[in-house]
Structure formats: structure tokens, C-alpha cells
Design a protein around this ligand. Structure first.
Ligand SMILES: *Cc1c(COP(=O)(O)O)cnc(C)c1O
Length: 306
């Protein structure tokens, strides 16, 4: 039997920035503490998919991702924990010879995940029927999850991020990739709450995804704090993440939660949020990605994320 306990994670007040937060109160929901090895929101997104795979008697679970994917790492770890095989279709054939150097891929292999490397060209076609059929032939009776893990069951899992403890916040802030996590949060939000989504990539196309899952409109999506695009970061962001950790002891990841928190600080600084409001930042996890990012930063002679 699969085991997906509903861990209770704390909500903590962020102190240490008195001049900035004179008119607001900032709290953080520690979804990063859900699971030792699995990014908080990926645990939420995979939970009902695992249970569905179990009820379908699937042989294993299969999904897609890049070299540093939190989703692939989470799928591998939860597969190991629940003793069911997992397959990761990875973008980039050249990575085959670099598994050892890559912290995410070597973690996935250590969890028992089977990795299948495909060219970037082939990866672009991963949603096409002919490609999916080839996958289905090769991995018979596997439960297939889309890249990033967003589907109905993932959104259902993300609704569980909110609870009685999150009702008295005015703003719910969340980092956004595919928009699946934010869809669940908007769905579970209350009318007096505004959900602010901070896109980790250029554009706010995720709005269409969110509208697919909910009719609620109490949300706003911003890409002003994406730092130029997915996976892109600069010294300003690194300094911010390091300073935040020194002041609060809370680690943020450079791809998602660091950009969200930077965005929240900017909105407060620019007085764009309602006075005397209570803000809840949702720490979705992603800390497994720091090691890989630090390898890249070292090559570029940029400072490390501490
Ligand atoms: C994947 C991920 C997100 C984005 O989730 P989506 O549902 O794709 O929008 C946010 N934060 C972290 C840490 C993630 O790993």
C-alpha cells in the first residue's frame, strides 16, 4: 500500500526586516519541510497520481524533465519509498555520460529510477500522440505524468496546501512554473484572499491553465521578478537569498522560492500591497536544486548560494 501521510507543516513569522514590514506582517508556510527529500509542492502534486496508479495496477510511473528537475527527483524518491518502479525521460542525450556529476540525476538513479535520455529535438515532441505511443510500447502499463506534473489530480493535491490555518491571510503568495500548484491554491482560497503568483519564467501564460481548473478570479500573476527567464539568476538574487538566510535561517531556492520572496519584498517596498495586510508566502521547496545551481555559478565565477 502506498503511504502519503498528511504532514502538518508550520507557519512562521518572518522577522528581521523591521523597516520594510512596518505596515505588513509576513509569514511563511514551510511546505519545504513536508518531506526530507521531496519538494513540498511536488509531494502534493504526486500524491493522488500515485494513488491513481495504484488503483489502476500500473507497473510503474513515468514522467519527463530536465537535468535539474525537482519533479524528477520527487518522482524518484516517492517511487523508492512506495516500492514502485519509476522512469524519467530526460531532455538531452549528452547528459547520459554526466549522471555522476549531476546531483539531481545521480539522486534519481540512487532511488532506483530508470533514466531514458532523449535529444532536445525529440523532447519537444513529447506531447505528440506518436511519441506518447512509442513510450507506451516501450514502458507498457506505466502511469504517465506530464512534464512538471500538472493534471487534475495534481491540482487536487495542491488544494490541500491551504487549511484552517491559512484563512486569516489577505495575500497568498506562490511561485509559478506550469501553474498547477497555483491552480490548487486559487481553488482552495477564500473570496477575501488574493493569490499572487510569481512566475519563474517569462510570461504569464499560466493564467490559461489556472482558468482551466477554476472559475475563481481572485488572483494575479506577475513575471516582473523572473530575472529574465527560467533558471536565470544574477548576483542581486544570490545576495538576496543569502541575506534572507542569514536573517531568518530559512533557505530559499534560486529557481522558484527565491524569486517569489524577492518579488514580495519589492511589492512591499513599492507599497503595492494593501496597508496593514497579512501576507503568507508559500515555501514550495526546491532546495535540492541548489547544489546543481552552485556548480553552474562556480563556472561563471559568480558567488555561491550559501
Ligand atoms: C515545480 C515547482 C514550482 C512550480 O510548480 P507548478 O505547479 O509547476 O507551477 C514551484 N516551486 C517549486 C519549489 C517547484 O519545485
Amino acid at each position: 500500500m502506498f503511504n502519503f501521510p498528511d504532514f502538518k507543516v508550520p507557519i512562521q513569522k518572518i522577522e528581521g526586516f523591521p523597516t520594510l514590514f512596518g505596515m505588513h506582517e509576513l509569514y511563511i508556510l514551510r511546505e519545504d519541510q513536508m518531506h526530507l527529500e521531496v519538494s513540498g509542492n511536488k509531494y502534493r502534486k504526486l500524491k493522488y497520481n500515485f494513488l491513481e496508479a495504484q488503483s489502476l495496477n500500473s507497473k510503474g510511473l513515468l514522467s519527463f524533465g530536465g537535468a535539474y528537475s525537482n519533479h524528477i527527483a520527487a518522482l524518484a524518491a516517492l517511487g523508492k519509498q512506495n516500492e514502485i518502479p519509476t522512469v524519467g525521460i530526460i531532455r538531452g542525450e549528452e547528459l547520459f555520460s554526466k549522471i555522476k556529476e549531476n546531483p539531481t540525476l545521480s539522486f534519481a538513479v540512487a532511488c532506483g529510477m530508470q533514466l531514458d535520455f532523449i535529444s532536445r529535438q525529440a523532447y519537444k515532441k513529447k506531447e505528440e500522440t506518436s511519441f506518447i505511443n512509442t513510450i507506451k510500447e516501450k514502458f507498457e502499463n506505466y502511469y504517465i505524468i506530464p512534464e512538471g506534473g500538472t493534471n487534475n489530480l495534481a491540482v487536487k493535491g495542491c488544494e490541500e496546501i491551504l487549511s484552517d490555518h491559512t484563512h486569516n491571510f489577505d495575500y497568498l503568495c506562490v511561485p509559478v512554473g506550469t501553474g498547477g500548484t497555483m491552480s490548487g491554491i486559487v481553488k482552495a482560497s477564500l473570496p477575501h484572499q488574493t493569490v499572487l503568483g510569481f512566475s519563474a519564467l517569462k510570461g504569464t501564460f499560466q493564467e490559461e491553465i489556472i482558468k482551466k481548473y477554476t472559475h475563481k478570479t481572485n488572483f494575479e500573476l506577475l513575471d516582473d521578478y523572473c530575472f529574465g527567464g527560467y533558471g536565470k539568476i544574477d548576483e542581486t538574487l544570490i545576495r538576496f537569498i543569502n541575506e534572507f538566510k542569514i536573517k531568518t535561517t530559512i533557505a530559499l531556492d534560486p529557481i522558484y522560492t527565491g524569486k517569489m520572496m524577492y518579488g514580495i519584498f519589492e511589492l512591499v517596498r513599492q507599497q503595492k500591497l494593501k496597508k496593514n495586510s497579512r501576507i503568507l508566502a508559500i515555501h514550495t521547496g526546491g532546495l535540492q536544486g541548489i547544489t546543481g545551481m552552485n556548480q553552474k555559478l562556480k563556472k561563471k565565477q559568480l558567488p555561491q548560494i550559501e
